[in-house]
Structure formats: C-alpha cells, structure tokens
Write a protein that binds this ligand. Sequence first.
Ligand code: G3P
Length: 270
Amino acid sequence: MEFFVDTADLDEIRESYSWGIVNGVTTNPSLIKKAVDKLNASGSGQSIASYIESILQTAGEDPVSLEVIGATEEDMVRQGLFLYERFNPVAGNVVVKIPVNPDMEGQGRGAFDGLKAIKQLADRGIPVNVTLVFTPEQALLAAKAGAAYVSPFAGRIDDDLRKTAGLKFGKTDYYAEEGEADRHDNGIVSGVDLVSRCVDILGMQGYDCCKVLAASLRNPRQVRECALVGAQVATIPFDVLSAMASHKKTVEGMKAFTADIVPEYARLFD
Ligand code: G3P
C-alpha cells in the first residue's frame, strides 16, 4: 500500500518524507488554507505559488494532488490545465484533483460537470484524483471518466452515520462497521466499508488503472482496515501517520531492553 501524507503543511511534508515511508502528498483548499494561515503568521513572505513549488520539490517524483476551485466543467478544466501547466514542470508530479460532482444545490444541475472535466483532463494525459467520493457508484463513474485515483472519504461517511444514529463521537474516534439495518447509507455501513466496496467494484469491473485512494482517515485502525480491504493508497494526516508508529508496549520494551544493556555488549559498538 502506498502512503500519501494528507497535508499542505511543508514542515509536516518534510518531516514525514524524512521517515522514508511516504509516497505522495494530497492537498485540498481547506489544507491549503491552514498552511497559508501558518505561513502568514510566520511572516515569511513566501508566496503561495513558491510554497506549492517547495511541496512539489519535497515530494520529488511522487504524486502531489492539487485541487481546482471551480464548480463548472469549463472552470475546472481551465484550472486543471493551469495547475498542470504552471506546476508540473517543477518536478513532473502534479495530479489534478477534481470533485466527482460539483453540484452544490443538490438539484442535479451541473452534476456531471466533474465527470466531464475529468474526462477532458484525462484525455490530455493529465492524471486526475477524483475527490469527495461517497458511493461506489461515484467511484465507478469516475473510473469510467478516466480517473487515475478515486478518493472515498471514509471519516466523513462515519461522521454522517454516527450523526444520523445520534451517537456522540470525537473526530478521531474509531467507528466499527455495525451492519445494523438502520445504520447505513444506502447499504454502506462504514467508511471502511465504502473503501472496500470501491476496491471491489473497480477490481471486478477491470479498472486496474484507477487506484482507490482511501481519504478522510482519522485514526491508525482505519488505515489498517483500508489496507486489509486492498485499497492501493491511503492518504493519511500527519498526526495519524505519527500515531501509527506508537504502542505503549513498544515504549515499555525499549526501556526494559535499554536498562539491560551490559557494558561488555555496549563496548562492541565503540
Ligand atoms: O483526504 C481528505 C481529507 O483531507 C478530508 O479529511 O478529516 O477533513 O474529513 P477530513
């Protein structure tokens, strides 16, 4: 499984890359906003364009998703082309992120603009990461349109299921598949279930060139379960990635082994 780091914070990207286990970066307008707020607070004066260039250089040859901000086919294609032409020359690793369905009124108007934009960009050879995927049907449509990645949002489906069920929860709380008749979203019983069904549907239908990129992951157990259901990629926030390396018994074991080091053994390493 490939691990992408889900952040636009350059410090986090640099630090996680130093660990040698990161294979890409995903950003979105909310993550860029956080990074820009931090940048402005630091008073560094670095422009957002040069900041994005630094992200691309840090990732080397690994894919970096940059999202469009428009909601019509025309705007998304224009912005996607801009992002690719402006930034891909930096390190050859830009992936354009397009929402599967940009219809904000929920009335179906423009509901296919995302798919049309994906097709236009993919036809030009631009890799597209399709975001805000909440059903396997959307994943199938995105793959048919030529997406290189589809991003099912596991955490946000869990949020919705818990909210509908009236459960109290914290953002990073693990949510297990309950499979209860009244706790599902059109048959999807959890975020991991959504990811699993996206993996199955694309695999069964032969869309091997489209990777399932599990997104909106909030805790290490969700990452584990996405790996177990065969998601090809997980995009993971910095804190969750950090937490994946930890266990209290590892700390305890380290202390015990260190306490037991005899001088004769230590001298071997001098
Ligand atoms: O990967 C998408 C992600 O950035 C959204 O995460 O936690 O805001 O649902 P979250």
